[in-house]
Design a protein around this ligand. Structure first.
Ligand SMILES: [Zn+2]
Length: 462
């Protein structure tokens, strides 16, 4: 591609950035938290807002695709010619809860521009994805007239709560959504200014464990001693999942792991991850030692499973008195590495925990819907095109990276459309704090991301 052409696209997008930031800020102002204990009317409101953006952009066939939960995915299309490739553009309009509001420096649902970042829930994850797709559509239309690719937009409404109905949506609308490639703009860059395409994702699953010993809490002075304490028993059960070094002790848990290729290992190495950077990005306390050596940090994050206790409850802190609690609860999450299967791993975890229950305590374990890990083959020419487009947009070499988190949609796209390229891009970076407090988007990369997608659209039609 001619440098002059790239320059003119870069400058056209630069001029429009204030407008794109405004569109993003409007979306951020809607608290579209897709968790049942939050008011779901806002998810509907954000779906309506996305629908309006689609109509304003002149998309056709605009409609809600409804999962059983009623949290709408929004669909729209811009079709040019059957001779051109068709790309399905994915992002999601729902968000995580703000978590501890007191820790936010700005209002979570009021986008706030500070320095080179835009703060607010959903700025990076994933409302920037929606605006990137729409902006790139506008730009490629101006550039290619009506000669760009066919673009289909699919903006999900319940990604953060686990995409429970997304498979139903894809299956029911497989013909409508049919495409030659998918861009999932819900991932991120290895570092700000480093364009990255994610080629593996970890999967996830979780179980909820409840242990009961007595019918009601008891005075600990009068009763403790002979009766097993559910809190301690649960802690022992959890501790039995790993050895002192953090290795998982569930039998056969890692038997099917797919190891990284030589090329992937080389790419990971080229990223220059150091313990210092990792510690700094994660806010890890100085005295805390890592469980793996420096050269295994990325492998551990991207290619190995992990187990995390995400909640634990025995009585509660405010009412902590001298009580022998009758029950204890924990939610145990697992991250699955490429090669593992969510159903199999969850079942292994359940069986292992059940086998650890002593004293005949009543133990009930419920499982949550899991997501399988994902691996993509980068041989398709679209990967090269995207890699070049990103490099031109960012002015830096594009990296193939892994991701420790899960995007259930990636695997579902694969199951629905077969072996088409699924390009995992996005605008998160190590500082964006998606899912935490003070989520933010690095605005220079927001701009780079729009340029990259525009160049990609033009590039695949040449
Ligand atoms: Zn997301």
């Amino acid at each position: 591609m001619e440098q002059k052409m790239i320059d003119s696209i870069v400058s056209a997008i630069h001029t429009k950035m204030p407008e794109y930031i405004k569109t993003l800020s409007d979306l951020v102002s809607i608290p579209s938290i897709s968790f049942d204990n939050f008011d779901q009317k806002y998810v509907l409101e954000s779906a309506e807002a996305v629908k309006q953006l689609f109509l304003d952009a002149g998309l056709t066939n605009v409609q809600f695709l409804l999962p059983p939960s009623g949290r709408p995915s929004v669909y729209g299309e811009s079709l040019t010619s059957p001779d051109k490739p068709t790309v399905l553009l994915y992002a999601h309009h729902d968000v995580q809860p703000p978590m501890r509001e007191a820790l936010w420096n700005t209002k979570p649902f009021e986008a706030s521009h500070q320095g080179d970042r835009l703060y607010g829930r959903g700025t990076a994850d994933d409302k920037a994805g929606i605006v990137t797709h729409l902006a790139a559509l506008e730009q490629v239309r101006a550039w290619k007239k009506n000669d760009g690719p066919n673009l289909k937009f699919l903006i999900e409404g319940e990604e953060e709560s686990g995409s429970a109905g997304f498979e139903v949506i894809l299956k029911k609308n497989a013909e409508l959504l049919k495409c030659d490639a998918v861009i999932v703009a819900d991932l991120g860059n290895f570092a700000k200014g480093t364009p990255s395409i994610t080629t593996t994702l970890r999967g996830m699953s979780a179980v909820n464990v409840e242990l009961k010993a007595t019918k009601a809490p008891l005075h600990s002075g009068s009763w403790s001693g002979p009766i097993p304490d559910p809190g301690q028993v649960l802690c022992r059960m959890i501790a039995s999942l790993t050895d002192g070094k953090g290795n998982i002790l569930i039998p056969n848990f890692e038997d099917t792991l797919v190891p990284p290729t030589e090329a992937e290992l080389a790419s990971y190495k080229s990223l220059g991850m150091t313990e210092k950077i990792f510690r700094n990005d994660g806010g890890i306390l100085e005295s805390v030692k890592l469980k793996v050596p420096e050269d295994e940090i990325l492998l551990s994050l991207w290619r190995r499973p992990s187990i995390v206790v995400t909640a634990i409850e025995v009585g509660n802190r405010t009412n902590a008195g001298n009580v022998l609690q009758n029950s204890a609860y924990a939610r145990i999450g697992i991250r699955l590495a490429p090669g593992m299967n969510a159903d199999v791993a969850t079942q292994q975890l359940v069986e292992f925990l059940q086998a650890q229950v002593p004293y005949g305590l009543q133990c009930s374990i419920t499982t949550e819907d899991g997501a399988n890990p994902f691996v993509t083959d980068t041989a398709h020419p679209f990967f090269k095109k995207m890699s070049e487009s990103m490099a031109n947009a960012y002015g830096a070499e594009t990296k193939f990276i892994g991701c420790g988190a899960s995007i259930p949609g990636a695997e579902l796209f694969r199951n629905t459309f077969g072996d088409i390229p699924i390009l995992l891009t996005g605008l998160e970076d190590p500082e964006c704090n998606a899912h935490g407090e003070n989520e933010s988007l690095y605005l220079p990369d927001f701009e780079h991301g729009i340029v990259a997608e525009t160049l990609f659209f033009g590039g695949i039609c040449e």
